[in-house]
Design a protein around this ligand. Structure first.
Ligand code: AHG
Ligand code: MN
Ligand code: MN
Length: 333
């Protein structure tokens, strides 16, 4: 049990570490935390709240929506529509952006309301991912183009993991902090400050069932991991794949590792499975802020100039030395 009084998210956002953010952003983060507490409560109720199973609808990605995808999306939309802190929102579950009714604020919020949808019904960790941008347009109405900013322009990003504990992981560009939900008090408390990803690792995460479709540099890297202590890497590797990016990235933030969802040749014109603006960018911001690295094999993900709201990207992120090695394999193949 912790001996001293824990620091709440609210107190932390008022501390000098967060002095670089304005009041609106601070309150926006607290709004997000409150929305995710509601989602967490629904997740815990599961079948009792009738939120498991398919909604029978599809999203713009061509994926079947789960009831919880829609529920989480609605919670976030409702909570942020009238705060005066946002100009518009965008979501994995909505084809178009959602300009907020008056009062209009200065931030843009993007989210993957429910990440890891295939894990909902099997009671495995899932999460909500968010990215916050400034609305730099002077136009009176927000357009999709205003959201097409590179990840390096994010002013805050994070996720809430609904696992054995509900944990909020946050960066505003001054390192990464983790906050655990106290279920009795319905409040997040600081539980892991200035998280650092170890530079080296012996653990990789990739959906191995796609191996025959990968590009040669990815096949080479994974084969070298699999060859273990008798191969060129001279060490045995472990593999994990939770199929919820939030849970895989959380493990990497805690103990290191590398996560890959690479391009593959089944759909050569599709850059990858994961979405740039509300999956890869926020996760890349967190990973870099924790001393890790993130690329698409060719360039840093945070440097990519998006051209579409739901654009996809190949993702390789985690322990810095490992990501650098995979990048080198892409450049030399
Ligand atoms: P979402 O549930 O938001 O569509 O995202 C799922 C993503 C990501 O969380 C995970 O890493 C990946 O899809 C899993 O894909 P596979 O089922 O192909 O392994
Ligand atoms: Mn997702
Ligand atoms: Mn999702």
């Amino acid at each position: 049990m912790p001996s001293s009084q824990p620091t709440s998210l609210h107190e932390c956002l008022k501390s000098t570490k967060y002095a670089g953010i304005d009041q609106d952003l601070s309150l926006l983060i607290e709004d997000l935390a409150a929305s995710c507490i509601s989602i967490s409560q629904a997740v815990q109720q599961g079948a009792l709240a009738n939120i498991l199973g398919s909604a029978g609808t599809g999203n713009v990605q061509g994926e079947t929506q789960q009831k919880l995808d829609i529920y989480a999306n609605d919670v976030l939309l409702n909570a942020h529509s009238h705060t005066g802190r946002l100009a518009a929102m965008a979501s994995e579950e909505m084809e178009h952006i959602y300009p907020v009714p008056n009062p209009v604020g200065k931030y843009l919020l993007l989210f993957d309301p429910l990440d890891g949808s295939s894990n909902i019904d099997v009671n495995v960790s899932i999460g909500t991912i968010f990215s916050i941008l400034k609305n730099s347009s002077s136009a009176s109405t927000v357009s999709e183009a205003d959201f097409l900013q590179s990840g390096s322009r994010q002013v805050a990003a994070g996720y809430v993991l609904y696992g054995p504990q509900t944990i909020l992981v946050l960066t505003v560009g001054a390192g990464v902090d983790m906050f655990t939900l106290d279920q009795q008090k319905n409040q997040f408390f600081l539980s892991n400050e200035n998280v650092q990803i170890p530079k080296d690792t012996k653990e990789f995460a990739i959906n191995m069932s796609n191996m025959r479709h990968w590009a040669p540099p990815v096949v080479r890297y994974v084969n070298e991991c699999l060859s273990g202590s008798t191969g060129v890497r001279n060490k045995d590797f472990n593999m994990r794949w939770i199929a919820s990016m939030v849970a895989d990235v959380h493990r990497i933030l805690i103990r290191g590792g590398v996560f890959m969802y690479p391009w593959d040749q089944r759909e050569p014109n599709k850059p990858g499975k994961l979405r740039l603006l509300y999956e890869a960018n926020p996760m890349s911001f967190l990973v870099e802020q924790a001393g890790g690295a993130s690329c698409n094999g060719e360039v840093r993900i945070l440097d990519i100039q998006p051209s579409q709201l739901h654009e996809r990207v190949s993702v390789i992120l985690g322990s810095k030395n490992e990501v650098d090695l995979i990048m080198k394999y892409h450049k030399t193949n």
